[in-house]
Design a protein around this ligand. Structure first.
Ligand code: SAM
Length: 293
């Protein structure tokens, strides 16, 4: 039996983060208010002031994250005066100056985005998940997010060509090579950096709830049981609730009392969970990169 803690804090994360210890968090996963959006529910930050507003917070996040930890920032730039605002791009550049490494960018493809009509653009059906780190070497448990090989493997592996049986080095000299035959008999492959997930449709009395699968995927990829997960813009508590279910300790900070109460009502301060999940102990094998046709 493992016991994990969930600390819910009511307040402004710019201030509350100062009470957290240096180098104490394994994963920060959060979705801050988007510039100017949802002004009716919790006020918005003007797109032109977004970077200035966020930098003192990211400075504190840098301090509390362990050198081996990861920060995932879910964000999407809005359209202002007919063009995409550049505050996300400016934020990335400013955070790099703060010392962050912009290690990767994942795309959350919203599978169930409903159609719409705009004169000069199509429906927005994706959001960014920016990955930042303090060091080039960080903890990552790739085997924990492997996906079934599915149809591609069956189709592609049925008829192997001569090159498929040997290592096929890239013709453009990129150094990338693949040996498709390596995948015979494999049930699982490593995923891509595009996540296809439906948006949350169950209304949990918060206007910007993300689906459980989103934090879950990153918690599996970047943490192990007993680690610490932080969401400084907790909202209804999705990240903290999911982290707790997965046997991770978690801290959530929320500025609005009604959302804080919402999270408090469903997340106990301590949870007792059965011992380690077997899926995390899966056997791993060396593999080579493979590109679907
Ligand atoms: C996009 S929502 C997060 C929703 C959350 N991911 C969920 O699944 O419910 C952002 C949240 O940040 C809160 N917030 C805004 N400014 C904050 C601040 N300075 N400190 C802490 N929370 C803040 C808002 O009240 C809102 O609930």
């Amino acid at each position: 039996m493992t016991t994990v803690e969930a600390r819910l804090i009511l307040g402004d994360c710019a201030k509350e983060l100062k009470h957290l210890a240096d180098d104490s968090i394994d994963l920060i996963f959060t979705s801050p208010p988007y510039a100017d959006s949802r002004a009716n529910s919790y006020g918005g930050i003007k797109p032109d002031q977004y970077v200035e507003w966020f930098l003192p917070i990211s400075q504190e996040l840098y301090r509390v994250l362990k050198p081996s930890g990861t920060f995932i920032l879910n964000i999407k730039e809005k359209v202002v005066n007919g063009e995409r605002h550049t505050y996300v791009i400016e934020l990335i550049l400013a955070m790099r100056k703060q010392g962050w490494l912009w290690t990767e960018e994942f795309i959350w493809h919203k599978k169930n985005a409903y159609p719409g009509k705009w004169p000069n653009r199509f429906r927005d059906a994706w959001e960014r998940l920016l990955q930042f780190n303090k060091a080039r070497k960080f903890r990552m448990f790739q085997e924990a997010v492997m996906v079934p090989m599915g149809d591609w493997a069956e189709r592609r592996l049925r008829r192997l060509s001569q090159t498929d049986r040997i290592r096929d080095n890239s013709r453009v000299g990129s150094g990338f090579g693949k040996r498709v035959a390596n995948w015979i008999g494999r049930q699982k492959a490593y995923p891509t950096n595009v996540l296809h997930l439906a948006t949350e449709t169950k209304n949990r009395n918060h206007s910007a709830v993300f689906p459980d699968d989103l934090p879950e995927w990153f918690i599996r990829l970047f943490t192990q049981e007993g680690d610490w997960v932080l969401d400084p813009f907790m909202g209804s508590g999705t990240t903290v609730r999911v982290a707790q279910r997965m046997g991770r300790n978690a801290i959530g900070i929320e500025i609005l009392p009604e959302y804080y109460q919402l999270a408090k009502a469903i997340i106990p301060p301590l949870a007792h969970l059965p011992a380690r999940q077997l899926s995390l102990l899966e056997e791993t094998e060396p593999y080579e990169s493979v590109e679907p046709e």
